[in-house]
Design a protein around this ligand. Structure first.
Ligand code: BYC
Length: 336
């Protein structure tokens, strides 16, 4: 199986390791801290504090689930893409997202949690996935907005993760970022085509989609820094390199110029350049909506989870067939 690790621990290895004597543990912790301070990368077989392992498993698995659930809103339009070219592009993009999910599940597995455990956490609603995928895609322009805004935000967040201190995650992110950058451009180009060649009604469709996606995208970066319980420790460990608010600001600053080129208005009357800060001020974010969506009560949470549960159940025969095939190969391989 494809893995991001150079060398992987067996799934239950972490729990099999005998408890370390405290002096030994203190020495290992000190060495780990020194490596993090020196900007070293940690590999799967290296000693790491249990909370570092847990934090990474949480973040990487949530990230993997986001890629997989993120296929649903765009997948909704594959059969209704306006041209063969757009359909081929969208098919390729949605397949790329599946690939990203697989790289990330493989990276999470290197930390000692099995793919089945990770999947069950998603299907039972225990694990989170990005809030953004709980919003509907009502028109073809929503697909363009996912590319332009959602993938644009994803790149902003993911480029710093290419330098994450956990090497298997960092390696996965390098490849993912290259593909996300193509995704962002195709979304922008699709919207630009409508805005430069479309009818008035089609242009209005783009503006309506931008109005729907702007605020949920701004929320994607997570809660404000002073309300982000995981940030301080994740920054200390080099898992997060740039804070939620800083990334959000960078995204907003870049999007303002892109919106101008597209000829759309961002739905925030308070958005304006602040020369003193060298950045755009923006309006108040509706954090109550964000917390409601991540608590499971957004516009499409139930639909998204139900779709994943159905896919898991309907895919049972594929898993059984693959297992039966693999079991047949083992004796043949041993005999060879
Ligand atoms: N949605 O302490 P905080 C894609 C949770 S997919 C849901 O700041 P952290 C694409 C957070 O988990 C891109 N939950 O947390 C795919 C925490 O709850 P728990 C997905 C969120 O981890 C298909 C709590 O709120 N990208 O690009 O330090 C098609 C407090 O937050 C969200 C990634 O996953 C949210 N938006 O920072 C198109 C990137 N935000 O776990 C595109 C990797 C926060 O303590 N992840 N929460 O119960 C990260 O960089 C970080 O995990 C986050 C949050 C910045 C998202």
């Amino acid at each position: 199986m494809y893995t991001q690790a150079m060398d992987t621990l067996p799934p239950d290895a972490a729990s099999n390791v005998a408890p370390l004597r405290s002096a030994e543990e203190a020495a290992l912790q000190a060495r780990f801290d020194a490596r993090i301070d020196a900007g070293d990368f940690i590999e799967a077989k290296d000693w790491m504090p249990e909370n570092y392992r847990k934090t990474l498993t949480r973040q990487i698995s949530q990230h993997a689930h986001s890629e997989i659930v993120g296929m649903l809103p765009e997948g909704n339009w594959i059969s209704r893409a306006p041209t063969l070219k757009r359909k081929a592009i969208l098919l390729a993009k949605v397949q790329d997202e599946a690939g990203h999910g697989l790289y990330l599940y493989a990276a999470a597995e290197t930390l000692g949690t099995s793919r089945d455990q990770l999947t069950q956490a998603l299907l039972t609603g225990k694990a989170k996935y990005s809030s953004i995928f709980n919003y509907p895609t009502l028109s073809w322009a929503d697909v363009g907005c996912i590319g332009w805004l959602v993938d644009g935000a994803a790149i902003m967040n993911q480029v710093p993760i290419c330098r994450c201190s956990y090497a298997p995650y960092a390696r996965a992110m390098i490849r993912i970022c290259r593909e996300e950058s193509f995704h962002q451009r195709q979304g922008f180009e699709s919207l630009l085509t409508i805005m430069t060649q479309g009818t008035a009604a089609q242009k209005a469709m783009v503006q309506a989609a931008v109005n729907r996606w702007w605020w949920p995208t701004v929320m994607m970066f997570g809660p404000p820094d002073d309300q982000s319980p995981n940030s301080a420790q994740s920054m200390r460990w080099g898992i997060k390199r740039v804070s939620n608010d800083e990334l959000r600001q960078k995204f907003i600053d870049a999007a303002v110029e892109q919106a101008r080129v597209l000829g759309v208005t961002l739905p925030d009357p308070d958005l304006q350049w602040n020369a003193a800060r060298g950045a755009h001020d923006h309006g108040t974010i509706n954090w109550a909506e964000f917390w409601q969506v991540i608590a499971g009560d957004g516009p499409c949470n139930r639909e998204r989870l139900a779709a994943r549960v159905d896919a898991w159940e309907e895919g049972a025969w594929v898993r059984e067939a693959a297992l039966a095939y693999a079991q047949k190969q083992v004796p043949e391989a041993l005999a060879a």
